[in-house]
Design a binder for this molecule. Structure first.
Ligand code: 5GP
Length: 188
C-alpha cells in the first residue's frame, strides 16, 4: 500500500465553553423573540458562510414562520485567527433584498469589521428593515460599533470552535462550543 500524507492533527481543546443543550435552549429563546418581532412580515434570513450555517438552520427550524434563506460569503480573516480588517465578498446573495425585512444571521461578532462592511453593503440595497442576530458576541474585542438586535451569548475575547465555527476548517461539526487549549494561534 502506498503511504498517503496524513492531515495535521487539529490542536487540542480546553474543554467545553457552552454545551449543546445550552445552545439549543438559547436558540429556541432567540427564535421566540424573532418570531414575535417578524410575525406577519416577509422575513429573509441572510446567513454568512460558512460558520453561521449551523446556527441559521437551527434558528430557522425553531422559527415556525414563513421565511426565505439566502447566503453570502465574505472573507475577513487570513488563515490565522487574527482579524486582518480586510473584507471582501466571495459569494453574493442570489435574491434582491429591496423592500424586504432582512435579518442577518451571524455566528460571532468579534471586531465588528466584517459586519459593518456587510451591513453597509446590504443597506445600500434598500431593504425595508435590516437587523442582526448573532449567536456569539465578543464585546471586549469590538473595534467598530455595530447594532446587534439579538445576541445569544456574550463570550470572552478567546478563540472558540464548534457549532459551525472552525479552526482551519476543523471542528465545525462539533455540537458544543469549546476554546482551543491555551488559545492556540495557527501559523500564518
Ligand atoms: P470580525 O470582523 O467581527 O472581527 O470577525 C468576524 C468573523 O471572524 C466571524 O464571522 C468568524 O468567521 C471569525 N471569528 C471571529 N472570532 C472567532 C472565533 O473565536 N472563532 C472562530 N472560529 N472564528 C472567529
Amino acid at each position: 500500500m502506498t503511504a498517503t500524507a496524513m492531515p495535521e492533527e487539529p490542536p487540542a481543546l480546553a474543554g467545553e465553553l457552552i454545551s449543546a443543550a445550552a445552545i439549543r435552549q438559547r436558540v429556541a429563546e432567540l427564535a421566540q423573540q424573532v418570531r414575535a418581532d417578524y410575525e406577519g412580515g416577509d422575513l429573509l434570513l441572510v446567513g454568512v458562510l460558512k460558520a453561521a450555517v449551523t446556527f441559521m438552520v437551527d434558528l430557522a427550524r425553531e422559527l415556525a414562520l414563513p421565511l426565505e434563506m439566502d447566503f453570502m460569503a465574505v472573507s475577513s480573516y487570513g488563515p490565522g485567527t487574527e482579524s486582518s480588517g480586510i473584507v471582501r465578498i466571495i459569494k453574493d446573495l442570489d435574491v434582491s433584498i429591496e423592500g424586504r425585512h432582512v435579518l442577518v444571521v451571524e455566528d460571532i461578532v468579534d471586531t465588528g469589521a466584517t459586519l459593518r462592511y456587510l451591513l453597509r453593503t446590504l443597506q445600500a440595497r434598500r431593504p425595508a428593515s435590516l437587523r442582526v442576530c448573532t449567536l456569539l458576541n465578543k464585546r471586549k474585542a469590538r473595534k467598530v460599533e455595530v447594532a446587534l438586535a439579538y445576541v445569544g451569548f456574550e463570550i470572552p475575547d478567546c478563540f472558540v470552535v464548534g457549532y459551525g465555527l472552525d479552526y482551519e476548517e476543523q471542528y465545525r461539526n462539533m455540537p458544543h462550543l469549546a476554546l482551543l487549549a491555551d488559545d492556540t494561534q495557527p501559523a500564518e
